[in-house]
Design a protein around this ligand. Sequence first.
Ligand code: C2E
Ligand code: MG
Ligand code: MG
Ligand code: MG
Length: 285
Amino acid sequence: SVKESGKNDYQFFNYNLDEKLSRKVELEKGLRKALANNEFTLRYQPQINIVTGKIIGVEALLRWKHPQLGNISPGEFIPIAEETGLIKSIGEWVLKTACKQNKAWQNSGLPPICMAVNVSKQQFHSEDFVDMVTQVLESTQLNPKYLELEITENSMYKIEHLIPTLNQLKDIGIKIAIDDFGTGYSSLSILNRLPIDNLKIDQNFIHNIVNNSNKAALTKTIINMGIDLNFNVTAEGVETYEQKLFLTENQCNIGQGYLFAHPLLPEKIKNILNKSNLSSYSKIE
Ligand code: C2E
Ligand code: MG
Ligand code: MG
Ligand code: MG
């Protein structure tokens, strides 16, 4: 009957909620031990000058293998790390590991590239963030000009607190990128006041530029605005040759995405840097 099936739906719904909650509790428990158990690793995704094919940087992307549940995506565990405050220690580990890796590549004689590191809003808005970054640069001996911190557009609230923090980082010589641009609500006047080096256009735009004329128009507008404000403009999530063509035709010269390379193990990056050239025709898996 309708009543019975309604009841079943309800129970099913409850069961799902329970299951979701217990997974979350399980992940939270796991996250608390993950650093000490060495369960985190970093992958590095190349950022390419899509005109010359040269690799100009990499983005460090965090990976977590839970001992029982296996690989957990950052989309699932980063929000839990943020809610619990664990992102502070995890983020520090990411920064230290990424800076150390970049310095190691440079020490082995490879051409220097920029290391981009994602930073959560909880980190940016914490009191001792700049001190922590300063200390990591000191201990790893990485030149600050080879570090770029990525902050999502959605983290750009409390601007009056954020601007001094960004200015301090800029004074040290670190670069700043706005990540996932186009998904938030920042006004043009705010962008103009922030000491930004790089605008990363969200993948959602890039995935639709070829078949959605609205997305194409918006993407062109973002590119032109970025150029006018003297930012680098990076396209995220470039997957096809047609997308790449659109970008070069519209003066967006930096790209990141599966068309060029997936997030890779450090040894792979070393090989690419040795060849020092990566074109879209020789995609690296
Ligand atoms: P993000 O910073 O915007 O990173 C780009 C994401 O897009 C990565 O997902 C990357 O693997 C994926 N990607 C790259 N190229 C393509 C493509 O061509 N097509 C598609 N469909 N996807 C592509 P990932 O590694 O799963 O990370 C997801 C998000 O988790 C990141 O988005 C970032 O917001 C967050 N995250 C990752 N690592 C860290 C970290 O160390 N700290 C913090 N706070 N957040 C992190
Ligand atoms: Mg990012
Ligand atoms: Mg992004
Ligand atoms: Mg993202």
